[in-house]
Structure formats: C-alpha cells, structure tokens
Design a protein around this ligand. Structure first.
Ligand SMILES: [Zn+2]
Length: 443
C-alpha cells in the first residue's frame, strides 16, 4: 500500500501543473471516501458506547474534505509530539520503542495491531508466517517494534511461560518465525518494604527490578498516585520469577498490597492478565468513546502513516478530527489529571489529560480552555470549548488517545471498562485471591 502510494506520488509530480491540481483534488476526494469506512463494532468485546454507522450523503462529502482539519501536508510540531511524562516514568522506563500488549476478551491479532495503525498487509503476512497466531489466548503477551517509517519490524508472542515465538521481517517483506523454549523454574517471591524517600527507591531496596516496579505502579494506577505516597507507607509484593541457571529470566506480578494512611489497597492478577480488587471488581473506570455529548462527523481519520500526496513523505495524523461548530463543549473522556492546558503553536489552545499511568488523551485547536494544569477532572467534565486555533483550516476538534506513550486510533482503541469478572472467571479469580492475599504480609 505504501509503495503504491509512493509511486503514485512520483507519477503525480511529473505531471504538468494544471493536471496536478485537478488530479490532486480528485485524489483527495477519492482517498477521503476510500478511508471512510463504517466502523464495525463487536458489542461483546466492549461496553463502551457503540459507534454508529453514518450513511454518507453526497452533500456531506464536502464536509469530510481535509479543509475541516489540519492541513494534510503538515504534522504537529515537536513541542506537542511527546506526551508529558513525569519522574516516575523516567525511573521505571522500559526499553524504548517496544510496544506491549496483554491479550484480553474479544481480541484478535488484527484488532490489536490495527488499533496501533499497523498495516493490514503486515498483519496478514504475520498470519501467513504462523497460522497459530489466529488463536491468541487471553492473558498472553504481545510486544513489537516498528521501523522509522512505522512498519512492523518484529513481533514477539509470549504464548506461555514455556514458549515464546518471534517474527522478524525479512528482506522480502515477509516474516520469519523463530521459537524459543524456556526451561527455567518459576518460583514465587514475596517482597515487602516501607516507603522512605521515594517508592521507587524503597522498592529497589526491597529487591524489585525496574520492570517489576513499573508493573506494580501500573497495577495500582487507578487506586494510587505513587508520587503522593508518604514516608512510612508500607507495601508487599508477590512476584512469580523464572529462574534459569541461577539467573532471573523474567517475572510476572501476581499481587500487590499497599497500606497508605492506615488504609489497605490491593491489586491481584487474574487469568486475563488484568488486575482486580479482592472482590474481582475492575479497577479502571470506564471511558467515553467520544469527547463530546453529541457525536460529530469525522473529517479526518487516525492514520500514523498518512502520506503527503505531493512529497510522498509520511506525515502521521495521530488523532481523529471531528468537524463541529466552534464553542461546542469538549468533555474529558475519563477521570484524570490535566497535565497540559495552554496555547501552543500549531496545536492552538490544547489540553492533555492523564488517566492513571497508561492512558493520556489530548484535545486540540480549542477556542477556550476551562481547566488549569494540575486540576483533577472527572469523566464527562467540560474541559474546553472547541474552536479553530493553531494550524487548522476549519472549525474542528483534533482528539488523540495515547496508550503507553503511543498514539492509537481513538475510534477503535480498547479503552478501560468498568465491569469486573463474572461467572467462572470470577470464581477462579477468588480462588487465586485466597492463595495470594495471605502471602502479602506487612511488618
Ligand atoms: Zn487532526
């Protein structure tokens, strides 16, 4: 697809100017209509608001043109490229450029990779390399790296504690599979400590590695802001570690207990790889699918490899544009903390909100800000009025969702849900809780 787009761009450049203008307008129209597909939703896989199919009338095509969006040939400047981090991220940062995902209910290889903007061609190449990739199981881990152009470079599938499969892109563009069998022994290790200076420092003293600390912080993210822990707060962690020839190969967090201000907080891992409280209730609060009370037309889709038709360069569109009248109330899609609320060049007036430690949402080209940096917001709170500020060619809202420092498609991304475990999943989980909790002792 990308190669085709590049050769089209080359052929395009060799045309005389009047032809180019005409062909250009036609191409934009064709691309817009081609990109505009109804979103197919699987109700069993999410309880978030369902995206309705919008029938496209002839007279609406005009409003889908990029004129109600950022100019297609420009990407947003560096100052808003990176989502704000804090010192906890610096202290627990994992390997740069590696994206990780835990398979959950309703996921397929293509639904997972698709939300991160990975090309469907790459996804079917992967499935060709290994048919078993069609049978992902809940709780398995996927991780992958991308090339500078955003193409998939390597995918790793942790099938079980025993087997890990890796798929590497070869010269021909196909993927080559290799499999690694682990022979180590898994042992449970309980560690506990008291917060002295910082949680990260105290957890290291207690014997946790950086990636283990990071998994603890993530598991507790909806209950606890680790930057606000006080001296004397206590914690207890149960890790399952794989030991191979006396060395620790990998580990998995089974449960964590935190006592802060005399109150106990728990997060225990279930079979699906997610963390719940002791009753099997989900810890993450649900997100709204749209940042407005009414649903508006999409004028430009999420596209991490959007090509400038003239230069043939990749100018990623890291969010989705909704065409809407200026002054429309913009709502926070979930509970969180405002980390940016300011005017910033191409983004115009913009707001970024951090939800727990995994999710960040960003809202751009606003007319008026209604929140301040550092402010706590609830799902559905008004944070701004929409506008047409910054590098924008028509009134619209540019909306982004980031998961673990990567922009994902806001219309298809898996967002946190409210419900907890039910039926036999809950029964299995409660049995697990009975085993784990007694091991989470404090002094
Ligand atoms: Zn946009």
């Amino acid at each position: 697809m990308q190669q085709i787009a590049r050769s089209v761009a080359l052929a395009f450049n060799s045309l005389p100017r009047p032809h180019r203008v005409m062909l250009g307008s036609l191409t934009v129209l064709t691309l817009t209509v081609a990109v505009w597909r109804p979103y197919v939703y699987h109700p069993e896989s999410t309880s978030a608001p369902i995206v309705k199919t919008i029938e496209l009338k002839k007279n609406e095509i005009r409003s889908l043109l990029p004129e109600a969006s950022e100019p297609i040939d420009q990407t947003l400047p560096d100052e808003v490229e990176d989502i704000p981090q804090d010192d906890l991220d610096d202290k627990t940062a994992s390997e740069a450029g590696v994206h990780e995902y835990v398979v959950s209910t309703g996921d397929t290889l293509s639904s997972i990779l698709n939300q991160y903007g990975i090309d469907m061609g790459d996804i079917s190449q992967l499935a060709d390399a290994d048919k078993e990739l069609r049978n992902l199981k809940i709780g398995q881990q996927l991780s992958w790296t991308l090339t500078a152009d955003g193409d998939l470079q390597r995918l790793t599938w942790e099938m079980s504690r025993r087997e890990t499969r890796t798929y590497d892109r070869t010269e021909s563009g196909a993927f080559k599979m290799s499999s690694e069998l682990q022979q180590g022994d898994w042992v449970n290790t309980a560690m506990k400590g008291t917060v002295g200076g910082s949680f990260v420092g105290s957890a290291r003293e207690a014997g946790l590695t950086n990636s283990e600390i990071s998994s603890v912080i993530k598991a507790m993210q909806w209950q606890m802001d680790f930057r606000k822990l006080k001296k004397g707060d206590e914690f207890s962690v149960l890790m399952s570690r794989e030991m191979l020839e006396g060395k620790q190969e990998q580990s998995q967090l089974l449960g964590v207990r935190l006592r802060s201000d005399g109150k106990d907080y728990y997060a225990i891992r279930a079979e699906d790889g997610k963390f719940y409280d002791r009753n099997g209730t989900g810890l993450a609060k649900g997100f709204m699918r749209f940042p407005t009370s009414k649903q508006f037309r999409v004028s430009s889709n999420f596209n991490p490899r959007r090509l400038n038709p003239v230069t043939g360069r990749v100018a990623p569109h890291k969010g989705v544009d909704f065409a809407m009248p200026q002054g429309t109330p913009v709502l926070s899609v979930g509970d969180g903390e405002v980390v940016v609320a300011k005017r910033s060049g191409a983004a115009g007036y913009y707001v970024a909100i951090r939800h727990g430690r995994t999710y960040t949402t960003r809202y751009m080209h606003l007319r008026k800000l209604l929140v301040k940096e550092g402010q706590k917001v609830k799902r559905g709170d008004r944070i701004a009025l929409s506008g047409n500020t910054g590098r924008s060619t028509g009134p619209h809202l540019h909306y982004e969702v980031w998961i673990n420092q990567q922009a994902v498609n806001p219309l298809t991304a898996k967002l946190p849900r409210t419900e907890g475990l039910t039926g036999s999943d809950r029964k299995d989980y409660l049995a697990q809780v009975k085993e784990v909790v007694p091991q989470l002792t404090l002094d």
